[in-house]
Structure formats: C-alpha cells, structure tokens
Design a protein around this ligand. Sequence first.
Ligand code: 5GP
Ligand code: MN
Length: 346
Amino acid sequence: MFELLNKQEISLLKEVLSRKNNIVICAHKSPDGDAIGSTLAWKNFLEQHGKQNVKVCYPDAAPDFLHWLPGFNDTLRYDKQAVLMKEAFNKSDLVFYLDFGQSSRTDEMQAILESCQAPIILIDHHLHPQGNYLIKASFTHLSSTSEIIFNLICQLGGYEAMTKACAECIYCGMMTDTGGFTYNSNRPEIFTIISMLLQKGIDKDEIYNKVFHNYSEQALRLRSHIILNKMNYIENLHASYFTVTKGDLQRFRFTKGDLEGVVNIPQLIKGLKISISLREDTEKSNLVLVSLRSSNGFHCQPMATKFFNGGGHADAAGGKLHCSIEEAEQITIKALLFYKDELQNP
Ligand code: 5GP
Ligand code: MN
C-alpha cells in the first residue's frame, strides 16, 4: 500500500513536479464521479504544493450531482470553452491523463491532446491503456483512479497535509466507481483508505446523499419507465437490455446524469449475467451510447470491445455505435448470441 510507483518512477514524478508549473489535468467524455473526483483531488494536492497554474479540462458536462465537489467551478469544458482550453494546452509543460487510457475517450478534445507537445503522465485503472507516457501509473486492479491518487499523494508524503476538500474528492471517486462500495471493493486496503479519509473530517453519509439522493421527480419517473416498459429480459441467457430513444428522453425532460446507474438495476434479477443499456445521443443522430454491466462470472469487457467499439473494466464497460437504435438492438442480440454458451450456464 502507498508504494504504487517504483523508486525510479517516484523520483521521476517528484523531479518533473519540481520543474513544471503549467499543468493540465484532463479526464474522459461524460466525466463521472471518479473522473471529477480524481482530477480535482490531484489539482488540490498540486496547488497545495505550490503549483499555481493547474487547469482541469473535461470534454463536456458533468452531471449536476457532482457540481458540489470542491474546485469544480474552476474547471474547463471543451464543448463550451474550447479557446480557453487550447490556450491551457498550448501553455502547458506537463499533462496528466486521469481515468482514461485512450485519447479517443475524450472525443472532440482528442485533436488537442494529440497535438500537445508537453510530456504526459497517465494515472488510470482501465484495462489495456494505449499510448506513450513519461510515467504510466496504470493499476487495473484498483477500485478507481481516485484510489490511485490517494496512494500517490501518500507516496509523495502528502497525507499529513491533505485537505478535507481533497479527501472529499477522493472519497466521492472511490464511492461512485464501486457503486457505494457494493462491487469491485473487496480489497481490505480500500477500507483502510476510507478510515484515513474520515480522519480528514469528511462526512461520508452526506457525500452519499449528495451523489445518490439527488434525482428530480422526472428522472425517477424516467428510470421507472425504462424498467417497466423498455427492459427486455432473456431468461435463458441471463441477460437484459433496454433501449432509450430521444422520444423517451424528451418526454421525461432528461438532463445529463438522470440515467446514471440505471444499467445496474436489471442486475437485481437473481442470476443475471449481463445488463446492456442502449441510449440514443441527445444531440447527434445515428449515435447510440452503450453501457454494459456483468456479474455472476460473466465479464462484459470483451463484448464491449468486440461489438460496441469500447472497453472499460471486466464487469463495467461502455462503448458506442454509429447506427440507428433499431440496428443497435440487432447488434446487441447478435452479441448476446455470440456469448450464448457462457451466458446459458447457470
Ligand atoms: P459507463 O457505462 O458508466 O459509461 O462506463 C463503464 C466503464 O466503462 C467506465 O469505467 C468507463 O470509463 C468505461 N467506458 C465507457 N465507455 C468506454 C469506451 O468507449 N471505451 C473504453 N475503453 N471504456 C469505456
Ligand atoms: Mn474510474
């Protein structure tokens, strides 16, 4: 614990941090609790250690239930602040990629990332990261990028001085990426970290409330509509999938984040192995956003790569399809049948 990087890597990290001052930290499109939590925690730590020009950059909006996180108001969004973001990248002498391992995960921001000349440090927990990095802090067995950030801060000797704000960001990231510590969270170290974060004065119950008890009435009705009217259940394959059209989204006045975690709900069915969500993009036509969750011994990450142009973690993955929602449904059925031998077994 707290010794993630080897001696050479940690001294290289210390050395670059001592020399570089214009720092950009970026995360993936549709940033989630871990993307926002880890980037803001890292910024908080760097600023506390004298870095005055640290910019946090996201491709697009974060859901409302994350806007309370300390430091969120100072972040940049590419879809709204492209000019400011280009300036930040042009000026930067060090870039951190947090919570993604392929620049394509940043969508429209990808071109800026790829033309930037500054050295890049990767801090991530997704499977199969790609690209060349000055330091590659890729730890796929850890719960979250936020957990890696906690370990790095400790390894750099920063625990004593860690602020409550930084601890809140880390806790939020670890909590959201493990569904409130209900999956991918059996390692005892996780609970040692939670204890250390509590010692910084965080209120974990309040953080849970702010993040998970934050639906609008319409959002709750949209979720109910999906389960009641849209969910398909294929009993012999222990599989479930649903489609969400633009019409569904408009009817319930969808805003970003309203469907967060809805793909997990079918997993409440006893023995379910895979749950797939297919959602039409609200802006682009012929774009379907895909989320996959697996359990009971089946792993959805290979399916996300093979059928849905994506990837992620063994049991939580995502991707996208450039086609109509009807075609996406056909691809999903094909994908389920491709794995039918594995899925059929109880
Ligand atoms: P979600 O379903 O919550 O959007 O994503 C589940 C997990 O898969 C997250 O860890 C997310 O970062 C990852 N993921 C989502 N979409 C993609 C994708 O297109 N490519 C890869 N490699 N990972 C993805
Ligand atoms: Mn993550």
